[in-house]
Write a protein that binds this ligand. Structure first.
Ligand SMILES: [Zn+2]
Length: 306
């Protein structure tokens, strides 16, 4: 009796769910609580922001989709921050580069972000025929915040569903980013219209097709792990990695569908270094082969090491 009680108590403690109020509210200081959604918290550096209704509405639909897929009811907060206030709330510039903090907050740009403005300058050399296609999706003015804020907010929301279960524990940056892209693609596919999906797809394929990155310093997965912050700072190189992850995520989602998101998140939870320690590449590969089908492992294989 005594032993079974102890076993029971141990089981209860080890199954303890993460705290549902996990949001770090110190990050909201100085922002207006704009209460734009009943299903998650919204804060903003302006009291009456314009042009974020669609973003909020997409995130609301994405939350419904992720809650159902991951069997959660996740609490989170979205911070809309303009260019001058960016560095107070985000962990890295440039303003408008969406990011998720480990404790329940996502930071998105507001208005015309520096990120989107810079990306727009990068399009100057593009031929008219390509620009015309982009204009069909991003408007005559080529509003790229529709990509960086709207489309990528779905990616960041995916990370929050991950961080909620893994905390800061991360085995590999590249696996996190495949997961982020997988969430981005899946959520966009499940929105009421395909506008957001079409925009991200047209823009990513345009970047890949026209090789917008030029010469790249880093191309291997090892470099992505080892020099992550260096790659991150070199926005172009980071963009290239993300576009490769995007292609893989699109393939994975089209072949394995919604439930695969859950399997992938479970994998990230199971390989959390806080639980199993740092795995070698060989150990990781073995676990991947044990967990996923050959087809998945093959899609995840990196072919840019040389
Ligand atoms: Zn990411």
């Amino acid at each position: 009796m005594r032993i079974s009680l102890i076993v029971f108590l141990v089981l209860i403690t080890s199954c303890k769910q993460p705290d549902s109020d996990w949001i770090d509210r110190t990050k909201h200081e100085g922002l207006f609580d704009i209460s734009m959604s009943g299903s998650f918290e919204t804060y903003c550096s302006e009291q009456n922001p314009e042009d974020i209704k669609n973003t909020v509405d997409n995130l609301k639909q994405a939350k419904e989709y992720f809650d159902k897929t991951f069997r959660e009811d996740l609490n989170f907060a979205v911070l809309f921050v303009d260019n001058p206030n960016w560095n107070k709330y985000a962990f890295t510039p440039p303003p408008g580069m969406p990011q998720a903090h480990h404790q329940g907050n996502m930071v998105l740009g507001l208005g015309n972000s520096v990120m989107a403005t810079r990306a727009l300058q990068g399009l100057k050399q593009a031929p008219d025929s390509k620009l015309d296609i982009l204009k069909q999706h991003f408007g005559e003015e080529l509003n790229l915040d529709l990509f960086f804020r709207d489309a990528l907010s779905l990616h960041e929301l995916g990370h929050l569903y991950q961080f909620y279960k893994t905390g800061k524990g991360s085995q590999r940056h590249w696996l996190n980013e495949i997961f982020g892209n997988l969430c981005q693609v899946a959520a966009a596919k499940n929105l009421a219209t395909q506008d957001v999906f079409n925009r991200m797809d047209v823009y990513q394929l345009f970047l890949i097709d026209s090789n917008q990155w030029g010469e790249l310093k880093f191309k291997s997965l090892n470099q992505f792990e080892k020099d992550y912050f260096e790659v991150f700072k070199q926005g172009r190189n980071y963009g290239w990695y993300q576009s490769q992850f995007y292609l893989k995520a699109k393939k994975l989602y089209s072949k394995f569908g919604d439930e695969f998101l859950n399997e992938f998140r479970d994998f990230l939870i199971d390989i959390n270094p806080e639980k199993v320690g740092k795995l070698s590449d060989k150990e990781l590969k073995e676990l991947m082969t044990k967990t996923f089908s050959n087809e998945v492992v093959e899609i995840l294989e990196w072919k840019h090491d040389s």
